[in-house]
Write a protein that binds this ligand. Structure first.
Ligand SMILES: NC(=O)c1ccc[n+]([C@@H]2O[C@H](COP(=O)([O-])OP(=O)(O)OC[C@H]3O[C@@H](n4cnc5c(N)ncnc54)[C@H](OP(=O)(O)O)[C@@H]3O)[C@@H](O)[C@H]2O)c1
Length: 445
């Protein structure tokens, strides 16, 4: 592994140098173990501790197949799916690996008693499999997390519709929280030159998801002037949704849960901000009954901030706890676009407010290849910036996932894999200098 790292740190290593590097037989990776899938049985979600279920193991290097690439991972990041995997909710991810393993002899490689997790990476291509022409050893890349087979016609207009669509590092093995990752080569995209490895690895999953959910015509198709209500506006998804709204001429109405989170939204340029803790909204009177008066109170606060207007789009992901309120506050003809259900996936809302006001609920999930590419292009152009607040080592990934599970973090939490320190990997320092305050906005928050 040392030779690989030396070649990466050595600025003038060539493609031939990388191709000639011997590959190690094993590598360090963050895993969950199949025989521990029941370890938290009976505990409430909050008490399930990723620090006990995530391990740093030496695992064998997988064989590379056609259309694939092995990538030396310099940095990765923690996503909420790393939290779901680590607490084995809503299901153990080993069920995904078993199902993928039944598809073909090649996918059988993924069905193992351990799961290498992680759906983001920034690093350097080490090897490519047969049929890969666009990428070669030595290329500096980031990877999006869409894994598809594309053997069916269904996925050829929108790759998210492929019947064999999976999220790499969540529904497949050999993810990015490791020293080496196995990806399909069509997951690869150029690493933004002005960013360090850990900054480049941070946006991937959430940035692409927010792009489809909010900007793309497959999602809400946001336009100039729209009012966009963004839940968790300083979190992983929300910190990118807020930037997309601002960059696209819309007005974000940011919901957060502390003055510190409100401050970071202000730093991004948002003006309309609601601190849901300070306002103490109680959308649910008890476990089964919502309180429409609280929806109205929430709507009234939004109108105060917008000069009397309702929201065109609600960027939803908290789910059960907020969905009734989200449907209520959306303007006539508006769109509630949802990609998750962090607080519970059985949503309840008053349908009269939906049909009588001709609102739409749109489901959105990750992003197709094109959308992920567009989202990365905006990062590479310095239009949208990483929201990295803190970086951990691979060995500390359990703590990083714990922080995200407990909502103690801001923006994105990064993980250094092979990179020995933060700040490496920048090849366009002039561009970096121009964007430095924006790149560092979330640092230390
Ligand atoms: N379908 C997809 O492709 C996709 C992609 C990415 C993420 N997701 C899912 O989306 C969810 C959020 O991901 P993320 O990366 O943005 O996580 P995150 O970094 O934890 O941010 C989510 C934010 O939502 C807010 N929030 C959490 N629970 C809430 C509640 N009950 N009511 C109101 N606000 C609440 C919190 O902000 P405040 O405390 O400041 O309000 C939190 O910081 C997760 O469930 C994740 O699995 C889905």
């Amino acid at each position: 592994m040392k030779e690989i790292l030396d070649a990466i740190l050595e600025q003038d290593s060539t493609a031939a140098d990388f191709a000639a590097l011997p590959l190690p037989e094993s590598y360090r990776a963050v895993t969950v173990h199949k025989d521990e899938a029941d370890m938290f049985a009976g505990l409430p979600s909050r008490d399930k501790d990723p620090r006990t279920s995530l391990h740093l193991d030496d695992v064998p290097l997988p064989e590379i197949g056609p259309g694939e690439a092995l990538v030396a991972v310099m940095a990765s990041s923690v996503n909420y799916n790393s939290v779901w995997t680590s607490i084995f909710e809503p299901v153990s991810t080993f069920a995904f690996l078993e199902r993928y393993g039944r598809l073909s002899p090649l996918t059988k490689r993924h069905d193992l008693p351990y799961h290498v997790i992680g759906s983001d990476l920034a690093g350097v291509v080490l090897r490519t499999g047969p049929g890969v022409n666009k990428w070669q050893p030595g290329d500096r890349v980031v990877a999006h997390c869409l894994s598809v087979e594309l053997e069916s016609a269904d996925g050829h207009n929108d790759t998210m519709l492929d019947p064999e669509q999976r999220i790499w590092g969540f529904e497949t093995n050999f993810g990015g929280l490791a020293e080496i990752a196995l990806v399909k080569s069509n997951q690869l995209m150029p690493k933004p030159e002005h960013l360090s490895w850990e900054e480049a690895a941070a946006p991937g999953l959430v940035n692409s998801t927010a792009y489809r959910q909010l900007v793309s015509r497959n999602g809400a198709g946001m336009k100039q002037g729209d009012n966009v209500l963004i839940w968790g506006a300083s979190g992983g998804l929300g910190s990118y949704a807020t930037q997309f709204a601002l960059a696209g001429g819309a007005t974000p109405i940011c919901v957060v849960s502390s003055p510190e989170k409100a401050e970071i939204c202000r730093k991004m340029g948002a003006e309309a901000i609601i601190d849901r803790n300070a306002e103490d909204y109680r959308f649910w009177k008890d476990e089964h009954t919502q309180d429409p008066r609280e929806w109205k109170r929430f709507g009234a606060t939004i109108r105060e901030l917008t000069g009397g207007e309702d929201v065109d789009i609600v960027f939803e992901h908290p789910g059960r706890e907020t969905f009734g309120a989200s449907v209520y506050v959306t303007r006539k003809g508006g769109t509630i676009v949802t990609c998750a259900s962090t607080s519970g996936y059985h949503h309840e809302y008053d349908n009269r407010y939906l049909w009588m006001s001709l609102k739409r609920i749109v489901g959105s999930h990750f992003a197709n290849y094109r959308e992920a590419w567009e989202a990365n292009r905006l990062i590479a152009k310095g239009r949208i910036h990483p929201t990295l607040s803190r970086t951990y080592t691979l060995a500390e990934t359990g703590q990083a996932a714990y922080d995200v599970h407990r909502n103690l973090h801001q923006g994105k939490v990064g993980v250094l894999a092979l990179s020995p320190e933060e700040g490496l990997g920048v090849t366009n320092p002039e561009m970096r200098e121009r964007h430095l305050p924006a790149i560092n906005r979330f640092r230390g928050a």
